[in-house]
Design a protein around this ligand. Sequence first.
Ligand SMILES: NC(=O)c1ccc[n+]([C@@H]2O[C@H](COP(=O)([O-])OP(=O)(O)OC[C@H]3O[C@@H](n4cnc5c(N)ncnc54)[C@H](O)[C@@H]3O)[C@@H](O)[C@H]2O)c1
Length: 317
Amino acid sequence: MKRILVTGAAGQIGSELTMALREKYGHSNVVAGINRTQPNPELKESGPLEVVNCVDPKAVAAVVAKYKIDSIVHLAAILSAVAEAKPALAWEVNINALYNVLEVARESKCVVFTPSSIGAFGPGTPLDNTPQDTIQRPSTMYGVTKVAGELLCDYYYKRFGVDTRGVRYPGIISNVTLPGGGTTDYAVEIYYEAIKNKKYTCYIAKGTYLDMMYMPDAIKACIDLMEASPSRLKHRNAFNVTAMSFDPEIIAAEIRKHIPGFAMEYKVDPVRQAIAESWPNKMDDTCAREEWGWKPSFDLRTMTNDMIEVLTQKLRK
Ligand SMILES: NC(=O)c1ccc[n+]([C@@H]2O[C@H](COP(=O)([O-])OP(=O)(O)OC[C@H]3O[C@@H](n4cnc5c(N)ncnc54)[C@H](O)[C@@H]3O)[C@@H](O)[C@H]2O)c1
């Protein structure tokens, strides 16, 4: 990767991944592609920034040509809870925009990283130690688009030789940009509310286990996979990657070690609860470990230490 376009750069993952890519590959070599979400000042001032609505193929092609882009990190997407409320928009962004990106990559000989999700699984999938290759019959629009996206990326590699790579991210926990309307957002909100109000009302029921990952590991997964030798990759797109699995009670107990009076209540949202129940409790990420050396750095304890420290300072300001 030498000259990189990040789409969806102002989002939860993009706002931090773009900065990490700028540090590693040079600030002027990483273009932040934004749409409606406004970028934070650091992102705006640290390198090139362009408005790129990925639903418009000409807009993607123009920015790739302008900056002689050789790598596209495609993060523009509609997340699970929003996709259930706006399925047509989810199809347009998660499928049509991805198609546009792959077409531009084919014509301009770019490599492409685009994340899939634990949302690509669904009823019928084994929920414990979910294998890399297994039944994928998701029951949400988000899941439908993510499975189709995985297949489309595989197709562009096999049919046209486009170097497509990707991971199935679990819920991503971070402290720079708030999440964009996913099912696992509770695991971010809980830290903000614990520090601000010492209480949180959780929309996911106790006992619901989901895979999660701290942002530094999500960034590492992207860079390590893109840097991996292609000769090692048996799978290309949609590697299972996980760092931890917990339910709301377990994360609350970890937070209580720092904030003893922290109180948790439940008001379960049936839409997001149904989505969460159809997703894995814990994925098996052996293929990622074997094919490109995936190894997360943070577990629940070390992530919580860092989240509490960083957010306490941030919220004090
Ligand atoms: N955050 C998570 O927990 C998580 C988990 C699994 C997978 N993922 C995947 O990672 C990727 C990034 O997710 P995120 O959490 O940063 O999402 P986000 O919602 O925070 O950000 C997505 C960005 O895409 C932009 N966007 C929407 N429509 C667009 C369009 N037509 N053109 C250009 N940009 C557009 C939005 O403005 C937003 O800034 C997505 O593919 C998502 O499915 C995220």
